[in-house]
Design a protein around this ligand. Structure first.
Ligand SMILES: Nc1ncnc2c1ncn2[C@@H]1O[C@H](COP(=O)(O)OP(=O)(O)OP(=O)(O)O)[C@@H](O)[C@H]1O
Ligand SMILES: [Mg+2]
Length: 305
């Protein structure tokens, strides 16, 4: 569904490449976590996938294929076709991503106006359905509100509704919970899991927080200075980190969380009658091949267009 091959991006006003040869794949219905320190190139990677690179300000090469469409070199018409329709994007700051002067419901259905010939009534129906999908308590009321009338958590849910209203096959989430308090953060993670299960939506989930990624993603890639330094099943990366930078990231997680995580992993392995993943030698496709039995409950389930 998504294939990134040897992606390089260098901004003209920088000496070093922001992305310096990144390759990874994402299968149908899979959630991949992308973690790494600030400035490691996570967002630039996501922008390359969404076709949002400021192309005049950088040199870029490699392949970014979304269902076979090359997003890195796509022309405007193709980008317009794919953005929102095939790929939904959610960013960290819901307030800055929303137009303060436009009602939430109108912003949610905007993408349908661009990509479908649905009637205004039908668009409204779909938008309200999307607001319901993200479990907002009174979708019709939220539809008629302005962004400043909603809490941060409700706004972020609305942003997710806008990203999924056209049922994209790929959702890019760039630090979608960082601005939220811990309780709301946990609710959003649960919501993403449900959406993944219900619609089989593939997701690339970007965070600098390995613990948040652990809760959502079966597989994780760790970035540092523009390259992926480690990649594998989340369990393996979490419990047997190979790269010094990953080891450092995990050392920053409180011991209490690590103990609970290990217990969960052991229980799940017991339930599934499986052994812990073997150390080393595991390829990406071997990890992602059994996504349906994932600890994070990811599915390759059906998707409505
Ligand atoms: N428009 C731009 N012009 C010039 N340099 C840029 C631009 N966007 C990003 N960069 C640079 O590219 C590098 C990677 O940035 P990126 O935003 O991908 O980091 P990140 O991993 O998402 O970090 P964070 O966790 O802080 O969001 C950084 O050195 C950044 O300064
Ligand atoms: Mg970023």
């Amino acid at each position: 569904m998504l294939e990134v091959r040897d992606l390089h991006v260098k901004f003209h006003n920088r000496d070093r490449e922001a992305v310096a040869g990144v390759s990874f794949t994402l299968k149908d219905g899979e959630i991949l976590g992308l973690v790494g320190e600030s400035g490691s190139g996570k967002s630039v990677t996501a922008m390359s996938i969404a076709g949002l690179l400021p192309r005049k300000k950088c040199d870029y090469r490699g392949d970014v294929l979304v269902d076979g469409e090359d997003m890195l070199h796509a022309n405007r018409a193709l980008l317009r076709k794919v953005q929102g329709n095939k790929i939904g994007v959610v960013f960290q700051e819901p307030m800055s991503a929303m137009d303060p002067l436009m009602k939430v419901g109108k912003q949610v259905e905007e993408v349908l106006e661009i990509h479908t010939d649905l009637s205004p009534e039908e668009r409204k129906k779909r938008a309200i359905q999307a607001l319901e999908d993200v479990e907002l308590p009174d979708p019709e009321e939220v539809y008629n509100k302005y962004p400043h009338e909603l809490s941060g958590g409700m706004l972020q849910r609305s942003m997710i509704a806008a990203a999924i209203v056209a049922r994209p096959s790929l959702l890019l989430l760039d630090e979608p919970t960082t601005a939220l308090d811990v309780t709301i953060q946990a609710q959003i993670l649960e919501l993403l899991k449900k959406l993944n299960k219900k619609h089989g939506m593939s997701m690339l989930f970007i965070s600098h927080n390995l613990n948040v990624v652990r809760k959502l993603c079966k597989r994780v890639a760790v970035m540092q200075r523009g390259v992926i330094v480690e990649e594998g099943s989340t369990k393996k990366v979490f419990f047997h980190p190979q790269h010094p930078y990953t080891q450092h990231l995990i050392e920053c997680i409180p011991a209490r969380v690590k103990v609970i995580a290990r217990k969960h992993a052991e229980e799940e392995a017991e339930e599934a009658g499986q052994m812990q993943p073997a150390e080393g030698g595991q390829t990406v496709s071997a990890d992602s091949g059994n996504a349906a039995s994932a600890d994070s409950g990811q599915t390759g389930g059906d998707r409505n267009g």
